[in-house]
Design a protein around this ligand. Structure first.
Ligand SMILES: Nc1ncnc2c1ncn2[C@@H]1O[C@H](COP(=O)(O)OP(=O)(O)O)[C@@H](O)[C@H]1O
Ligand SMILES: [Mg+2]
Length: 282
């Protein structure tokens, strides 16, 4: 467990129960070094300060979930990481490269390795499913038309939507749109996938399906995942570690077991389902 100063200066209790034997998490593997590091990141929009001092490590192969009340800056964090938003100060490193000063051209290359499934899937409504998925393939010069067609077929199979190539987003349910968004995100074979609330607004069957996909991408392809969610079932199903945004920083970083016993009221309430209370607290 990584010790992070608590928002109110209270220490975290270090009494996590022993994990079942043989279940080393990616960050516990010998020699594990972060592939992503946020250090002292500051971000404000005008007078609205979102981050005062954001610090976070992400380890290769892990699924890190990000929790926190609405409007605290979870989506902003993901956008800072891929350079869709720029930091005011501090450092973000990905694959040993400083992201905060990367020129646009190299950000595009970074986004080939770190792909994002946007909140609400963010498909282009006027384009077919196939065209949506091809968009990043074309942007990253994936290959010939035939190779791209094959890749579209492949990723649609992976998200359990074979034959949906010609459909328009408007013809799809919310769950299907999220799965097409996921297919588009994984099409370019990223090493890291950022999921912004992938299960919000979905029925329980689709929630399970998306969580299963996130897990299988990690297990089969060794993908590293950062998942923003406020669904506790999702947290406890897929998480290696979780981090909580609170007080304009990451106020907690640890395993789900750590979170259950952490001596932080807002975290405990969040984990135990007191989301409403948390919002009032902010
Ligand atoms: N591009 C932007 N310009 C101005 N304000 C923004 C921008 N993006 C986000 N914000 C503000 O930053 C805050 C955090 O946003 P966000 O990260 O989307 O929250 P959440 O934690 O719910 O994902 C919100 O108050 C939002 O209005
Ligand atoms: Mg958000």
């Amino acid at each position: 467990m990584t010790h992070v100063p608590a928002a109110h200066g209270r220490p975290l209790r270090d009494t996590a129960p022993a994990k079942p034997p043989g279940t080393l998490r990616p960050h516990e593997l010998p020699g594990a070094t972060p592939i992503i590091r946020f250090r002292g990141v500051q971000k404000a929009f005008g007078k609205q300060v979102i981050y005062e001092d954001l610090n976070l490590d992400v380890f290769p192969g892990e699924t890190l979930t990000i929790i926190g009340g609405s409007g605290v800056g979870k989506s902003v964090m993901l956008k800072l990481l891929i350079g869709l938003l720029r930091t005011d100060a501090g450092s973000i490193q990905a694959f040993g490269q400083e992201v905060t000063t990367l020129p646009e051209r190299e950000l595009l290359h970074l986004r080939g390795k770190v792909a994002m499934l946007f909140q609400g899937a963010a498909l282009f409504d006027s384009m077919s499913v196939e065209e949506n998925i091809k968009y990043p393939l074309i942007e990253h010069a994936w290959g010939t038309e035939a190779e791209m067609d094959r890749r579209v077929d492949e990723v649609l199979e992976m998200v359990d939507m074979p034959g949906a190539q010609k459909k328009k987003p408007a013809e799809l349910s919310g769950g299907m749109r999220k799965r097409v968004g996921l297919a588009r995100a994984i099409a370019i074979q990223p090493e890291v996938i950022l999921y912004d609330e992938p299960t919000t607004g979905l029925d329980p069957i689709n929630v399970r399906r998306i969580n299963g996909l996130i897990l299988s991408l990690q297990e089969r392809l060794g993908v590293t995942s950062i998942v923003v969610t406020h669904d506790m079932d999702t947290v406890f199903t897929i998480t290696d570690r979780l981090a909580m945004v609170y007080g304009k920083r990451i106020a907690f970083e640890g395993t789900p077991e750590d979170a259950r016993v952490a001596d932080l009221r807002y975290l405990r309430e969040f984990v135990q389902g007191g989301y409403g209370t948390l919002d009032e607290d902010l």
